[in-house]
Design a protein around this ligand. Structure first.
Ligand SMILES: NC(=O)c1ccc[n+]([C@@H]2O[C@H](COP(=O)([O-])OP(=O)(O)OC[C@H]3O[C@@H](n4cnc5c(N)ncnc54)[C@H](OP(=O)(O)O)[C@@H]3O)[C@@H](O)[C@H]2O)c1
Length: 211
């Protein structure tokens, strides 16, 4: 996704909060990212699967509760949050290049397929029928990367230090041997808050990075 994909055609990239909206239509008021990563900054293994070793009970509780606060979730076509009935209630945009702009889907109730090349976030939000509120970005890599460019208000990053996923899928496209997820968040203007311990025995912590 390139800069400008979320802007109106012909306009420079702007945060969706500031995109021109000539009316009082509902829109995103805040953008939050959530991810849990391995020691080496991966969100999934080399086959693109998230291993069970990254499923941490307290993190899952935090994640699901935060998603319940969101007006809309945005995710890539291979991502999901689990969550059963709670997931079914959430408004969601599923990004895909398989359609031109916006299309209905039966994958989830209250969901819309969205190709950011063909429709702005504001257009997708209106078609979804969501109210004003927080947009929760739940990955994967390319989707997080696109929203780093637009600007997260905050990013909740959990880390599982006893899991390594060599050759796995990095949380952000820029993550590499010499660039950690924290380096990437810092380079996009975010600062770390206090660590919250989610699992004492496994030393799993979550930090919220904010502007
Ligand atoms: N640990 C975590 O916190 C976490 C978070 C998120 C995901 N995951 C895991 O990571 C794995 C999936 O990650 P992923 O990065 O491979 O997949 P993903 O982002 O969920 O899905 C990739 C697909 O999304 C669509 N897409 C992505 N960027 C797009 C763009 N800019 N414009 C249009 N469509 C776009 C494309 O779909 P089309 O092929 O339809 O065009 C692409 O093939 C899963 O195992 C998931 O469970 C883990």
């Amino acid at each position: 996704m390139k800069r400008g994909d979320f802007a109106l055609p012909g306009q420079p990239l702007q945060s969706p909060r500031h995109q021109l909206c000539h009316c009082n239509m509902p829109r995103p008021t805040r953008i939050e990212g959530l991810a849990i990563v391995s020691a080496d900054g991966m969100l999934a293994d080399a086959d693109g699967h998230m291993p069970k070793s990254l499923l941490i009970e307290a993190d899952q509780r935090f994640f699901q509760d935060r998603l319940d606060q969101a007006a809309v979730l945005v995710q890539g076509r291979h991502s999901h949050e689990g969550g059963g009935q709670r997931a079914a209630r959430r408004h969601r945009l599923i990004v895909t290049r398989r359609i031109a702009a916006l299309a209905e889907t039966a994958i989830y109730p209250n969901a819309l397929l969205w190709n950011p090349k063909g429709a702005t976030l504001q257009q997708a939000w209106e078609r979804l029928g969501a109210g004003d509120g927080m947009l929760a970005v739940i990955g994967g890599s390319e989707v997080y990367g696109a929203f780093l460019e637009i600007g997260f208000d905050c990013f909740h990053l959990s880390r599982v230090p006893d899991v390594q996923l060599p050759g796995g899928r990095p949380v952000f496209p820029e993550v590499g041997r010499d660039r950690s997820p924290e380096d990437v968040l810092r380079s996009h203007g975010l600062k770390p808050g206090a660590p919250h311990v989610f699992d004492v025995a496994r030393k799993v912590t979550m930090m919220t990075w904010s502007r």
